[in-house]
Design a binder for this molecule. Structure first.
Ligand code: MG
Length: 256
Protein backbone atom coordinates (compact mmCIF):
# COMPACT_ATOMS: atom_id res chain seq x y z
CA UNK A 1 0.00 0.00 0.00
CA UNK A 2 1.31 3.43 -0.92
CA UNK A 3 1.32 5.81 2.03
CA UNK A 4 0.84 9.54 1.62
CA UNK A 5 2.87 11.65 4.04
CA UNK A 6 1.31 14.51 6.01
CA UNK A 7 2.60 18.09 5.75
CA UNK A 8 4.11 17.71 9.23
CA UNK A 9 5.91 14.51 8.24
CA UNK A 10 7.25 16.13 5.07
CA UNK A 11 8.59 19.02 7.15
CA UNK A 12 10.50 16.53 9.34
CA UNK A 13 11.76 14.71 6.24
CA UNK A 14 12.91 18.06 4.83
CA UNK A 15 15.05 18.70 7.92
CA UNK A 16 16.30 15.08 7.87
CA UNK A 17 17.15 15.39 4.18
CA UNK A 18 19.20 18.51 4.84
CA UNK A 19 21.21 16.72 7.52
CA UNK A 20 21.52 13.72 5.22
CA UNK A 21 23.02 15.81 2.42
CA UNK A 22 25.48 17.44 4.82
CA UNK A 23 26.72 14.04 6.01
CA UNK A 24 27.18 12.80 2.44
CA UNK A 25 29.12 15.97 1.60
CA UNK A 26 31.41 15.47 4.61
CA UNK A 27 32.00 11.84 3.63
CA UNK A 28 32.65 12.79 0.01
CA UNK A 29 35.36 15.18 1.20
CA UNK A 30 37.12 12.25 2.92
CA UNK A 31 37.39 10.19 -0.26
CA UNK A 32 41.04 9.86 -1.34
CA UNK A 33 43.55 7.06 -1.98
CA UNK A 34 44.55 5.19 1.17
CA UNK A 35 41.36 5.85 3.14
CA UNK A 36 39.72 2.71 4.52
CA UNK A 37 36.03 2.20 3.92
CA UNK A 38 35.77 1.49 7.65
CA UNK A 39 36.92 5.07 8.33
CA UNK A 40 34.02 6.33 6.18
CA UNK A 41 31.66 4.12 8.17
CA UNK A 42 32.99 5.41 11.49
CA UNK A 43 32.70 9.03 10.39
CA UNK A 44 29.13 8.44 9.19
CA UNK A 45 28.22 7.02 12.61
CA UNK A 46 29.87 9.95 14.37
CA UNK A 47 28.05 12.54 12.24
CA UNK A 48 24.68 10.80 12.55
CA UNK A 49 25.01 10.57 16.33
CA UNK A 50 26.27 14.14 16.61
CA UNK A 51 23.02 15.33 15.02
CA UNK A 52 20.97 13.28 17.49
CA UNK A 53 19.76 11.00 14.69
CA UNK A 54 20.09 7.27 13.94
CA UNK A 55 21.04 5.12 10.98
CA UNK A 56 18.25 3.48 8.99
CA UNK A 57 20.61 0.82 7.63
CA UNK A 58 22.47 -0.44 10.71
CA UNK A 59 20.87 -3.76 11.71
CA UNK A 60 18.24 -3.41 8.99
CA UNK A 61 16.92 -6.84 8.06
CA UNK A 62 14.25 -6.90 5.37
CA UNK A 63 12.30 -10.10 4.81
CA UNK A 64 14.45 -12.47 2.80
CA UNK A 65 17.77 -11.17 4.19
CA UNK A 66 19.65 -13.88 6.10
CA UNK A 67 21.32 -11.40 8.47
CA UNK A 68 20.95 -7.75 9.44
CA UNK A 69 23.06 -5.16 7.60
CA UNK A 70 26.12 -4.61 9.83
CA UNK A 71 26.89 -0.95 9.02
CA UNK A 72 25.29 2.49 8.87
CA UNK A 73 26.80 3.24 5.46
CA UNK A 74 26.72 1.06 2.34
CA UNK A 75 30.12 1.41 0.66
CA UNK A 76 30.17 -0.19 -2.79
CA UNK A 77 33.38 -0.04 -4.84
CA UNK A 78 33.93 -0.58 -8.58
CA UNK A 79 32.07 -3.79 -9.55
CA UNK A 80 30.02 -3.67 -6.33
CA UNK A 81 26.63 -2.27 -7.32
CA UNK A 82 24.96 -1.64 -3.95
CA UNK A 83 24.89 -2.81 -0.30
CA UNK A 84 28.68 -3.12 0.01
CA UNK A 85 29.91 -3.57 3.58
CA UNK A 86 32.74 -1.32 4.87
CA UNK A 87 35.87 -3.28 5.75
CA UNK A 88 39.10 -2.10 7.31
CA UNK A 89 41.41 -4.70 5.83
CA UNK A 90 40.11 -5.57 2.39
CA UNK A 91 38.43 -2.39 1.27
CA UNK A 92 40.89 0.48 1.09
CA UNK A 93 40.30 3.21 -1.50
CA UNK A 94 42.93 3.47 -4.19
CA UNK A 95 43.61 5.85 -7.06
CA UNK A 96 41.26 5.22 -9.98
CA UNK A 97 38.52 3.46 -7.98
CA UNK A 98 34.92 4.59 -7.86
CA UNK A 99 33.04 4.31 -4.58
CA UNK A 100 29.33 4.60 -3.82
CA UNK A 101 28.34 6.04 -0.44
CA UNK A 102 24.72 5.18 0.37
CA UNK A 103 23.21 6.41 3.61
CA UNK A 104 19.83 5.89 5.29
CA UNK A 105 19.02 8.44 8.00
CA UNK A 106 16.27 8.43 10.64
CA UNK A 107 15.44 11.93 11.85
CA UNK A 108 12.60 12.16 14.39
CA UNK A 109 11.37 8.73 13.31
CA UNK A 110 11.28 9.48 9.58
CA UNK A 111 13.65 8.06 6.98
CA UNK A 112 15.52 9.56 4.03
CA UNK A 113 17.66 7.54 1.60
CA UNK A 114 20.36 8.99 -0.71
CA UNK A 115 23.60 7.95 -2.38
CA UNK A 116 26.46 9.38 -4.41
CA UNK A 117 29.24 7.70 -6.37
CA UNK A 118 32.62 9.39 -6.18
CA UNK A 119 35.91 8.93 -8.03
CA UNK A 120 39.03 8.25 -5.94
CA UNK A 121 41.85 10.54 -7.09
CA UNK A 122 42.13 10.56 -10.87
CA UNK A 123 39.72 8.19 -12.61
CA UNK A 124 39.52 7.09 -16.24
CA UNK A 125 37.47 9.01 -18.78
CA UNK A 126 35.24 5.95 -19.10
CA UNK A 127 34.42 6.03 -15.38
CA UNK A 128 34.01 9.81 -15.36
CA UNK A 129 31.37 9.44 -18.07
CA UNK A 130 29.65 6.60 -16.18
CA UNK A 131 29.30 8.79 -13.07
CA UNK A 132 28.16 11.81 -15.05
CA UNK A 133 25.53 9.91 -17.03
CA UNK A 134 24.17 8.02 -14.00
CA UNK A 135 23.76 11.26 -12.05
CA UNK A 136 22.10 12.93 -15.05
CA UNK A 137 19.75 9.93 -15.29
CA UNK A 138 18.79 10.45 -11.64
CA UNK A 139 17.95 14.07 -12.39
CA UNK A 140 15.95 13.03 -15.49
CA UNK A 141 14.03 10.54 -13.34
CA UNK A 142 13.33 13.25 -10.77
CA UNK A 143 12.06 15.63 -13.47
CA UNK A 144 9.67 12.91 -14.65
CA UNK A 145 8.35 12.33 -11.11
CA UNK A 146 5.24 14.51 -10.90
CA UNK A 147 1.74 14.10 -9.59
CA UNK A 148 -0.42 12.48 -12.31
CA UNK A 149 2.56 10.68 -13.86
CA UNK A 150 3.58 7.07 -13.10
CA UNK A 151 6.57 5.06 -11.92
CA UNK A 152 6.87 3.91 -15.55
CA UNK A 153 7.42 7.52 -16.63
CA UNK A 154 10.35 7.73 -14.20
CA UNK A 155 11.74 4.41 -15.47
CA UNK A 156 11.58 5.49 -19.10
CA UNK A 157 13.37 8.78 -18.39
CA UNK A 158 16.18 6.95 -16.58
CA UNK A 159 16.51 4.02 -18.99
CA UNK A 160 16.76 6.34 -21.99
CA UNK A 161 20.02 7.77 -20.64
CA UNK A 162 21.56 4.31 -20.24
CA UNK A 163 20.49 3.14 -23.68
CA UNK A 164 22.15 6.16 -25.28
CA UNK A 165 25.48 5.05 -23.77
CA UNK A 166 25.03 1.28 -24.06
CA UNK A 167 25.07 0.81 -20.27
CA UNK A 168 23.34 -2.09 -18.53
CA UNK A 169 20.43 -1.06 -16.29
CA UNK A 170 20.14 -3.17 -13.15
CA UNK A 171 16.63 -4.63 -12.97
CA UNK A 172 16.65 -6.62 -9.73
CA UNK A 173 17.13 -3.51 -7.59
CA UNK A 174 15.11 -0.32 -7.82
CA UNK A 175 13.85 2.83 -6.19
CA UNK A 176 11.05 2.67 -3.65
CA UNK A 177 8.72 4.52 -1.34
CA UNK A 178 10.47 5.68 1.85
CA UNK A 179 9.76 7.67 4.99
CA UNK A 180 8.02 5.43 7.50
CA UNK A 181 10.13 2.42 6.48
CA UNK A 182 13.38 1.96 4.54
CA UNK A 183 11.48 0.26 1.73
CA UNK A 184 7.82 1.03 1.10
CA UNK A 185 5.56 0.80 -1.93
CA UNK A 186 5.73 1.71 -4.74
CA UNK A 187 8.54 -0.17 -6.50
CA UNK A 188 10.30 2.39 -8.75
CA UNK A 189 12.24 0.53 -11.46
CA UNK A 190 14.94 2.19 -13.57
CA UNK A 191 13.24 1.03 -16.75
CA UNK A 192 9.66 0.79 -17.89
CA UNK A 193 6.97 2.08 -20.15
CA UNK A 194 5.46 5.56 -20.17
CA UNK A 195 2.13 5.69 -18.36
CA UNK A 196 2.56 2.21 -16.81
CA UNK A 197 3.25 1.22 -13.21
CA UNK A 198 1.90 2.95 -10.10
CA UNK A 199 0.38 6.42 -10.26
CA UNK A 200 2.27 9.24 -8.54
CA UNK A 201 0.27 11.43 -6.17
CA UNK A 202 1.22 14.57 -4.22
CA UNK A 203 2.48 13.67 -0.75
CA UNK A 204 4.15 10.44 -1.85
CA UNK A 205 7.81 10.25 -0.81
CA UNK A 206 10.03 8.07 -2.98
CA UNK A 207 13.70 7.25 -3.40
CA UNK A 208 14.81 7.30 -7.04
CA UNK A 209 18.08 5.44 -7.63
CA UNK A 210 19.50 4.51 -11.03
CA UNK A 211 22.22 1.84 -11.06
CA UNK A 212 24.11 1.73 -14.36
CA UNK A 213 26.71 -0.86 -15.34
CA UNK A 214 29.43 -0.34 -17.92
CA UNK A 215 28.84 -3.92 -19.04
CA UNK A 216 25.76 -6.11 -18.90
CA UNK A 217 22.81 -5.45 -16.58
CA UNK A 218 23.24 -8.70 -14.66
CA UNK A 219 24.15 -8.75 -10.98
CA UNK A 220 25.06 -11.49 -8.49
CA UNK A 221 24.74 -11.58 -4.71
CA UNK A 222 28.11 -11.98 -2.96
CA UNK A 223 28.76 -14.71 -0.37
CA UNK A 224 28.43 -12.02 2.37
CA UNK A 225 24.69 -12.13 1.52
CA UNK A 226 24.47 -8.36 1.12
CA UNK A 227 26.81 -7.05 -1.58
CA UNK A 228 25.47 -7.05 -5.14
CA UNK A 229 28.17 -7.13 -7.81
CA UNK A 230 28.06 -7.00 -11.57
CA UNK A 231 28.21 -10.52 -12.99
CA UNK A 232 30.84 -9.54 -15.56
CA UNK A 233 33.02 -7.75 -12.99
CA UNK A 234 32.75 -4.40 -14.77
CA UNK A 235 32.17 -1.15 -12.80
CA UNK A 236 28.77 0.13 -11.75
CA UNK A 237 27.54 3.54 -10.52
CA UNK A 238 24.61 4.50 -8.31
CA UNK A 239 23.06 7.86 -7.42
CA UNK A 240 19.97 8.33 -5.26
CA UNK A 241 17.74 11.06 -3.85
CA UNK A 242 14.62 11.06 -1.71
CA UNK A 243 11.92 13.25 -3.28
CA UNK A 244 8.40 14.39 -2.47
CA UNK A 245 5.84 14.20 -5.25
CA UNK A 246 3.85 17.41 -5.76
CA UNK A 247 1.48 18.61 -8.48
CA UNK A 248 4.43 20.16 -10.30
CA UNK A 249 8.19 19.58 -10.03
CA UNK A 250 9.05 17.10 -7.29
CA UNK A 251 11.00 18.44 -4.32
CA UNK A 252 14.42 16.89 -3.66
CA UNK A 253 14.73 16.40 0.10
CA UNK A 254 18.36 15.22 0.07
CA UNK A 255 19.67 17.86 -2.33
CA UNK A 256 23.45 18.19 -2.11
MG1 MG B 1 17.24 3.14 -1.65
Amino acid sequence: MIKIKSKEDIQILREGGKRHAEILLALRAMVRPGVSTKALEEESRRLITEGGDTSAFLNYQPSGAVRPFPASLCVSMNDEVVHGIPNEKEKILKEGDIVCLDLGLIHKGLITDAAITVGVGKISKELETLLEVTEKALMAGIRAAKGGKTTGDIGVAIERMAIAKGYGVVEELAGHGVGYDVHEDPFVPNFGQAGKGDGLRPGMVIAIEPMFNIGSRHVVLDSDNWTYRTRDGKPSAHFEHTVVITKGESEILTKI
